[in-house]
Design a protein around this ligand. Sequence first.
Ligand code: HEC
Length: 132
Amino acid sequence: MRFCIGLVVLMGCDDSLFVPQQTFGSDWAGTREMLSVQCADCHPSGSQVLPEDDLRADRVSMPDVVHTDVCEDLGKYVVPGDLGESQLWRIVTGIRRESDPPQMPSGRSKLTDAQVADLEEWILSGADADCD
Ligand code: HEC
């Protein structure tokens, strides 16, 4: 009983660092949900993590940027079928290139292995994103 109370207090104090452990699935619905849960509090729709005069700012709304990137075939974040060419995969696994953004989610625990595995499956199976 004392353990439960302690746990609630701990999680209550520490929720900014709490990274959900559940899996979301490897289809677009699951990928979108994962990006929303893991990234959208820092990258919400319409928000700008970067300064307003920085042209990159309008590209950081998760999961919207990934949807646009895939549906317009831009290849900035995701190259369907190719993990190494997908910046999204590189920055969540830490297998970054020098020019890549820092590992994400920034300042928190990494995505779980299962969450990364689902993301990999989504990219490798063609990164379908319900474009129309
Ligand atoms: C705790 C806040 C936080 C979380 C959570 C977070 N990010 Fe970020 N993200 C940032 C900050 C701050 C920057 C700007 C970093 C910089 O350039 O030094 C950034 C930058 C980025 C960029 C670079 C933008 C661009 O187009 O150049 C991408 C891509 C990105 N984040 C993806 C993600 C993804 C994917 C997730 C979830 C797995 C995520 N972030 C979670 C804070 C966060």
